[in-house]
Design a protein around this ligand. Structure first.
Ligand SMILES: Cc1ncc(COP(=O)(O)O)c(C=O)c1O
Length: 383
């Protein structure tokens, strides 16, 4: 069935018209087979007949995500980090990579590890400098510009169109980690990016029960073919049942995401002038340094992610998390339940993140229950 002209909400709600052609089942079957028989002429029936190269459930989930991102093809991996590692693996030996100094710490630490080993040359630019990408690319040398927007966990914005122009001007590609905007509020390929990445573990699956990553490309070129071949060679396609769960989660993406956005905005406004909160970091607040870019680049809500700088420093930030009764003190983001995490404790003393920053992944609960929960957690802090 064609999806031409369908709007993203419709694509997600049907998980790309995944009706089983053999039976008419509205929910697609899950193909668990690792191997597929050849026909009487010894020809395979599918493009790949061994699961390491792909399978029908994987292709269905990939087609849905590619359509949502307005991309050409998608590759799904068993974790977000595996997807990141694969695209970084396509950088030539010694190639120059540019990335922000504040971003998901797992990506930053992986890039730093590769730079220390001499595999890549790395420039980390000041994430709050709007000209950071333009100042860091080296014409003819930079191969990959990696950005994240909004940046985890300050939720500062990077202007995707400007970053694409700077990257392309230097002969590099731009890859965007859009995990926090989940194909709902921002579509990086439409703004000039070459690759969009998601930790599918977060909003796209949305139920804290699948670990997965996605790369989506605007064009199928030699680099993309290399990434695809690498995935097959190292054996890293997402397993069929996880793909099926992901399609199940994807069907409610827009309603989940929009509710999380509405809850987050209400919470951000409520705690903005709170006596026990030093600052709320949320791109939907006019006081946020990235608000002007967010207004342009996030078309349908400012996301469900925010951070609270809790007065009383490191210890109070931890206590705030353990005082919560509705929100869960746990890592990750993008699920239906609200999660709170004291980032400095997780990232360690070398992290540039403020000691008192608590990252909140706002869920889809009744927002008044969340506000009351945060109030009681703050009221029980010493000082
Ligand atoms: C923004 C961002 N990018 C990448 C990742 C890595 O994804 P995964 O945990 O699925 O490997 C995460 C995980 O927290 C993330 O938050």
């Amino acid at each position: 069935m064609s999806n031409d002209g369908l709007r993203p909400e419709t694509i997600a709600a049907h998980a790309l018209k995944a009706i089983d052609p053999a039976t008419g089942a509205v929910v697609p079957p899950v193909y668990l087979a690792t191997t597929y028989a050849r026909n009487e002429n010894y020809e395979p029936l599918l493009p790949e007949n061994y699961q390491r190269g792909g399978n029908p459930t994987l292709w269905q989930a990939e087609a849905a995500i590619a359509a949502l991102e307005n991309g050409t093809e998608c590759l799904l991996f068993p974790s977000g980090m595996q997807g990141i590692a694969t695209i970084v693996d396509t950088v030539p030996q010694g190639g120059h990579v540019v990335a922000p100094d504040t971003m998901y710490y797992g990506t930053r630490e992986w890039l730093q590890h590769l730079a220390e080993k001499g595999r890549i040359a790395l420039t980390l630019f000041n994430a709050s400098d709007r000209d950071g990408v333009a100042k860091s690319v080296i014409a003819g040398k930079t191969d990959l510009v990696w950005i994240e927007t909004p940046l985890n966990p300050t939720w500062d914005l990077v202007d995707i169109a400007a970053a694409a122009e700077a990257a392309h001007g230097a002969g590099a590609i731009l890859a965007v980690d859009a995990t926090a905007t989940a194909a709902v509020t921002t579509r990086p390929l439409d703004l000039g990016a070459d690759i969009v990445f998601h930790s599918v573990t977060k909003y796209l699956n949305g139920h804290s029960d699948v670990l997965a990553g996605a790369l989506v490309t605007r064009t199928v070129n030699a680099r993309w073919q290399e990434a695809k071949a690498l995935r097959t060679k190292v054996g890293a396609p997402l397993a069929p049942f996880e793909c099926w769960l992901l399609m199940r989660g994807l069907r409610t993406l827009f309603v989940r995401y929009r509710q999380a956005c509405a809850n987050a905005l209400a919470i951000a406004r409520h705690f903005s002038n709170h006596p026990r909160i030093e600052r709320v970091l949320y791109p939907g607040l006019q006081t946020h340094p990235g608000h002007d870019i967010a207004k342009r680049q996030m078309s349908d809500g400012y996301g469900g992610m925010m951070s609270l700088l809790v007065k009383g420093g490191f210890d109070n930030a931890t206590r705030f998390c353990t005082n919560l009764k509705v929100a869960v003190p746990a890592t990750s983001l993008g699920g239906t339940e609200t999660l709170a995490e004291h980032r400095k404790r997780v990232e360690g003393p070398q992290s540039p993140i403020a000691d008192n920053l608590v990252r909140i992944s706002v869920g889809i609960e009744n927002v008044n229950d969340l506000i009351a929960d945060f109030e009681q957690a703050l009221a029980r802090l010493p000082g």
